[in-house]
Design a protein around this ligand. Structure first.
Ligand code: AMP
Length: 191
């Protein structure tokens, strides 16, 4: 099945966990910009060095860098029949860049899924993840900054997709498998 999806939601909403499960069920690659940056940071590449400067402060990596990274990734053969983007786009300019990339490829998004969660649960969840995964950007001040950036730049983009009739909001609270089933049902109703 061809499915071109993006997964929106606050930091700590469970996007990463759900993206992997959904992609598996749909047979499309899960593409997480955060994971690609982390792999580059770990590998000590030039892209990683640049990404670290921003991600360690909870800031967005500059759009030109992120947009061209996503453009290249979407041009890989495994994304030809579909993909699930996790963590991209994250601001209005990235929405426009993704539009341009897809138009150029003669493709279009099917659904923009948004995982909704109570903001109160997000900080404790991220702090717990910090203990488990040791992510450098999961310290409390950086988490606060990421949440501010999310509220200012990322949250408004769901309105852009809603205006196109592409947005489906799904309650992200509950057991992991339960949330996956909700997301799959939401996708089924759209494609
Ligand atoms: P995430 O794993 O999605 O929370 O991303 C971790 C960090 O990577 C973010 O705080 C940003 O610094 C960077 N990042 C991930 N995706 C993007 C994006 N679409 N645009 C800019 N920076 C990003």
């Amino acid at each position: 099945m061809s499915a071109r999806l993006i997964l929106l939601g606050a930091p700590g909403a469970g996007k990463g966990t759900q993206a992997v499960k959904l992609a598996e069920r749909l047979g499309v690659p899960a593409i997480s910009t955060g994971d690609i940056f982390r792999a580059n940071i770990k590998g000590g590449t030039a892209l990683g060095k640049l990404a670290q400067e921003y991600s360690s402060r909870g800031e967005l990596v500059p759009d030109e860098v992120t947009d061209s990274m996503v453009r290249d990734r979407l041009a890989e053969p495994d994304a030809a029949q579909g993909f699930l983007l996790d963590g991209y786009p994250r601001n209005a300019a990235q929405v426009a860049a993704l539009d341009a990339t897809l138009t150029e490829a003669g493709a279009a998004l099917d659904v923009a899924l948004e995982l909704t969660v109570d903001p109160e649960v997000v900080v404790p969840r991220l702090l717990k993840r910090a203990e488990i995964e040791g992510r450098e950007d999961d310290t409390e001040p950086v988490i606060r900054r990421r949440l501010d950036v999310y509220a200012e730049e990322t949250a408004p983009i769901s309105g852009l997709y809603a205006a196109r009739g592409l947005l489906v909001q799904v309650d992200g609270l509950g057991e992991v498998d339960q949330v996956t089933e909700r997301l799959l049902a939401a996708i089924d109703s759209r494609i």
